[in-house]
Design a protein around this ligand. Structure first.
Ligand SMILES: Cc1cc2nc3c(=O)[nH]c(=O)nc-3n(C[C@H](O)[C@H](O)[C@H](O)COP(=O)(O)OP(=O)(O)OC[C@H]3O[C@@H](n4cnc5c(N)ncnc54)[C@H](O)[C@@H]3O)c2cc1C
Length: 453
């Protein structure tokens, strides 16, 4: 039975506007089945962390409403795509399946599915929806992927402007098929309900994403030259919205280029280059799908990471290290699912260099607690700080968290917000001697260098 129906399989692109896969299905004509899979049963899928599960619940709720307003329905299914998508094809008689591409380990699953369905006579098409520049198009003169950000971004910008964003379809001929109830996925925490701070901070979904973008254009972008100061609201906080694809980088790009005063050109270029770091992280992940587990620079395999001291690790996780800027960051993360970029670098440096803990332990904690936890940016950034990544900070550049706080939070606005008891007798002594641990980290690094030589 063929119904001329098309299936749109949404993944990290939970939006109706600028969604090339959805637009292609609608333009093809015929009924459209829009499906989202909880892929945890796929052996290649990394289960989402707690904060991401919370976000996903809100994002799917918003997406279902956005689809319904256009006549569509969101179908929820659970399981491995190689089983669920072909079953949905037979069940609905669909003869086409569309999706927007992904770039990590799961792309192998997608490629296998595409060839299997194509062999069975189903039209399968994948689209560029999540990145401005497809990684395989941006290569160095020798044809290899770039390992350094600046020439990568220069090559991206020289490759031509990204396409303009697509409007949302005006109507969807939705085909409703049975599926799971979202509540049955139990994505929200219950006992205990730790999500109060997340609810107070965020509005998952495309409407919340676009509101945040507008707020940033008006209030944040003019201050973007102060983006390194965690006490100033100068950055966009779009990262979780981009992570779940509630708005696309194309929409951000186009909006930022509209109605911007000429004197803001430097802030705009800097902001877009941060979007460029997201692209770069994905390009690295594309080249190394195991980026979350393996050192990009394999010489770091010999690095003598210490056995994490359980007490020190707990103190780091919960913001009780006795170093105020580190504790402020870790408490912001725990309370809101977010941490300012400069402070992410400081806490990551503290864990990997002052406590000599393997970056993977920190990456996992961020994976569980960040609402923007992202398989490319999280792994690439942890490796950047640890020194094991592409275009990484040199290992010997060890942040001194006390000097960092003096430089970027000179009046203590950020620290006072999260650690009001700093400087009082109720506040713990530092769990580590910054000077001695720095020397120990440098000695460990020398050992890696010597092993390589
Ligand atoms: C140890 C560590 C872990 C990180 N983990 C993540 C993560 O899991 N997910 C994530 O999205 N970002 C991660 N980052 C990058 C960065 O901290 C966040 O993207 C940024 O803080 C988000 O805030 P914003 O949206 O206000 O940023 P803005 O300054 O407004 O930047 C705009 C957008 O550009 C992208 N971006 C900005 N900086 C970076 C960067 N250094 N690398 C990659 N993309 C960037 C984000 O999508 C961001 O929303 C990590 C950084 C570090 C040091």
């Amino acid at each position: 039975m063929s119904t001329n129906a098309s299936i749109v399989w949404l993944r990290d692109d939970l939006r109706v506007s600028d969604n090339p896969a959805l637009t292609a299905a609608v333009e093809r004509g015929g009924p459209v089945v829009v499906v989202y899979l909880l892929e945890e049963q796929s052996p290649d899928a990394r289960p989402l962390g707690g904060a991401s599960r919370w976000w996903l619940h809100g994002s799917l709720t918003a997406l279902a409403a956005d689809l319904a307003a256009l006549g569509g329905t969101l179908t929820l299914r659970r399981g491995a795509p190689e089983a669920v998508i072909p079953a949905l094809v037979s069940e609905t008689g669909a003869d086409a399946v569309f999706w927007n591409r992904r770039y990590g380990a799961m792309r192998e699953v997608d490629a296998a599915l595409k060839s299997r369905l194509t062999d069975e006579g189903v039209v399968v098409a994948s689209f560029a929806g999540s990145l401005l520049f497809e990684p395989w198009r941006i290569t160095s003169g020798s044809g290899d992927p770039y390992k350094v950000f600046t020439p990568f971004w220069r090559a991206c910008l020289a490759s031509g402007d990204p396409r303009p964003p697509l409007p949302a379809p005006t109507a969807i001929d939705g085909l409703a098929v049975g599926g799971d109830e979202l509540d049955d996925w139990t994505l929200l925490p219950t006992r205990p309900d730790w999500a109060e701070g997340l609810r107070a901070t965020w509005t998952p979904g495309s409407t919340g994403a676009h509101e945040r973008l507008e707020h940033f254009i008006e209030h944040g972008l003019p201050l973007y030259h102060r983006r390194d100061e965690p006490g100033v609201e100068a950055t966009s906080r779009l990262s979780p919205h981009l992570r779940f694809g509630e708005l696309s980088p194309h929409e951000v790009w186009a909006r930022v280029h509209q109605s911007i005063a000429a004197e803001a050109a430097a802030n705009r270029a800097k902001f877009l280059s941060e979007i460029g770091w997201r692209e770069f992280s994905y390009a690295i992940l594309f080249a190394r799908p195991d980026l979350g587990r393996q050192n990009f620079r394999r010489e770091f395999d010999a690095f003598p990471w210490g056995q994490p001291d359980a007490g020190q690790l707990e103190a780091w996780r919960h913001g009780q290290t006795g170093i105020p800027i580190v504790d402020a960051g870790m408490r912001e993360l725990w309370a809101t699912g977010y941490m300012h970029n400069r402070v992410r670098m400081i806490v990551a440096s503290f864990l990997t260099k002052n406590l000599l803990v393997d970056w993977r332990t920190g990456e996992e904690w961020f994976w569980d607690t960040l609402v923007d936890a992202d398989e490319a940016s999280n792994a690439a950034s942890w490796q950047w700080v640890a020194g094991s990544g592409a275009d990484a900070a040199p290992y010997f550049r060890i942040f001194n968290p006390v000097l960092q706080a003096e430089k970027f939070d000179p009046r203590g606005v950020y620290v006072n917000r999260w650690v009001p008891e700093a400087g009082t007798p109720g506040y713990p002594e530092p769990i580590v001697d910054l000077k001695a641990s720095r020397a120990e980290a440098l000695a460990a690094y020398e050992a890696v260098k010597a092993a390589k030589a």
